[in-house]
Design a protein around this ligand. Structure first.
Ligand code: NAI
Length: 408
């Protein structure tokens, strides 16, 4: 039986896993730590993948979450290019592909999410890509030199950030979004419309209500994207960004409760007290939102991992953070805090026409969320206001001369 006293095994090697091992040492955990990652690289930051890294403005080593020698200095055993395929919670072991078993006293699942596949004919043609890993972007970049016409399927964060980079690189870009507006999962129609116009100004053709029916090819290479209704878009490079699915298979097969993510409590504990989970793979109760959330964000990966590490060190601290997100497209900085779903009133602060404004979302008297476009000060103060639960009136929000800071 493998040694399982005083060893924490972390499954996953994304933002959440990187933070987890750093926080375990920060909390004073002195036992062994083993990190198991499927990709052949140390934990790295995904946000630049669809931005500066795709644009060729950032080298691969600048993506690393911590320099590689951080793990050596902190006595973290790193197993890269290695898949965990099973968990035996009675024996307290994790089984790796190949059969090796690693014992644990505590286990952290930071398995993240995988891309949602587009199951249409031609999805496996050369020139068709998803974008989730460094390897994905390296392969997209390798094709960029010869690609002229880029079609992006999905008008969410990935799709629009990629569209912005491709447009800057001089490609002919079309975005095909299934819903009737851009980024429908996160922002309001006002912000969607602003971004549709911004992309149009940069020459990007945006088609909403698009139903992709097939990808057509010649000699195994993608040539066009066909939509229901008969429209065809010429394409020699296709990027699919139609959302992600939380990776729960490992947790599920170990009998841990899963429901749209691995179910955890406010301490990041799963249904097994020896097992925590953090990041995109979890479904957690948000004290702030008053309901369960499954978030796909760096903020959640970092904040929840700190809580999970504390829990493994018997220092229980509840997770209370306000969700926040960002997206960079062209020179526009979109920063979002809170969750706007269910708003019944929106107040604009600043000038939409000048491309610098914030939208404050209210339900009744309550401020739910704020989206800021190139107004970082609004974003920062909104994070503090929402975090502290300070009341803001629509009049205050809409008056650019009113100092929101004065409410803190
Ligand atoms: P997403 O959920 O943000 O957007 C997916 C979009 O694809 C939605 O607008 C959806 O309506 C559309 N869609 C779904 N099925 C479709 C179909 N068959 N045809 C056309 N459109 C379809 O997911 P996305 O952009 O793939 O991003 C993946 C993950 O990466 C997300 O978790 C996202 O939060 C994260 N991410 C975050 C960024 C940020 O915060 N700035 C940047 C890039 C990615």
């Amino acid at each position: 039986v493998p040694e399982n006293r005083d060893r924490i095994v972390v499954v996953g090697a994304g933002h959440a896993a990187g933070q987890l091992v750093a926080s375990l040492r920060g909390e004073g955990f002195a036992g062994d730590i083993t990190l198991i990652g499927e990709e052949p690289v140390h934990p790295y930051q995904r946000p630049p993948l669809s931005k500066q890294y795709l644009a060729g403005e950032l080298s691969g080593d600048r993506l690393l979450f911590r320099p590689a020698d951080f793990y050596r200095k902190n006595a973290v055993q790193i197993r890269l290019g290695c898949r965990a395929i099973g968990i035996d919670r009675d024996a307290r072991t994790v089984t790796l592909e190949g059969g090796e078993r690693i014992g644990y006293s505590g286990l952290a699942l930071a398995t993240g999410a995988r891309v949602r596949p587009l199951p249409v004919e031609g999805h496996d043609l050369a020139g068709v890509f998803y974008l989730r890993t460094i390897d994905d972007v390296n392969r997209i970049r390798a094709r960029l030199e010869t690609a002229r016409a880029v079609v992006i399927i999905g008008g969410g964060f990935i799709g629009l950030e990629v569209a912005a980079v491709m447009a800057k690189l001089g490609k002919r870009v079309t975005v095909l979004e299934m819903q009737d507006r851009l980024m429908p999962r996160v922002v309001s129609p006002t912000v969607s419309e602003f971004y549709r116009e911004a992309h149009a100004r940069h020459g990007v053709r945006v088609v909403t209500g698009a139903q992709v029916s097939a990808l057509a090819g010649t000699n195994g290479e993608v040539r066009a994207v066909a939509c229901a209704g008969g429209e065809e878009c010429a394409a020699d490079l296709v990027v699919i960004g139609i959302g992600v699915i939380p990776n729960t298979v490992l947790a599920q097969s170990a009998g841990l409760a899963c429901d749209n993510g691995i179910v955890v409590d406010e301490f990041a504990s799963t249904s097994d007290p020896r097992v925590v989970a953090a990041g995109d793979c979890t479904n957690h109760p948000s004290a702030w939102a008053g309901r369960r959330l499954r978030l796909e964000s760096v903020q959640n990966a970092l904040d929840q991992s700190k809580i999970a590490a504390a829990t493994l060190c018997d220092k229980r601290r509840p997770y209370r953070e306000v969700p926040w997100f960002w997206s960079d497209q062209y020179d526009l900085k979109l920063q979002m805090v809170g969750l706007s779903q269910g708003f019944d009133r929106e107040i604009v602060r600043g000038a939409i026409g000048e491309g610098r404004f914030s939208v404050f979302y209210f339900r009744g008297e309550r401020l739910l969320a704020v989206d800021s476009i190139s107004r970082p000060a609004d974003h920062m103060v909104s994070r503090r206001l929402l975090g502290a639960g300070v009341a803001v009136t629509p009049e205050q929000a809409g008056d650019p001369d009113f100092e929101l800071k004065s409410l803190l």
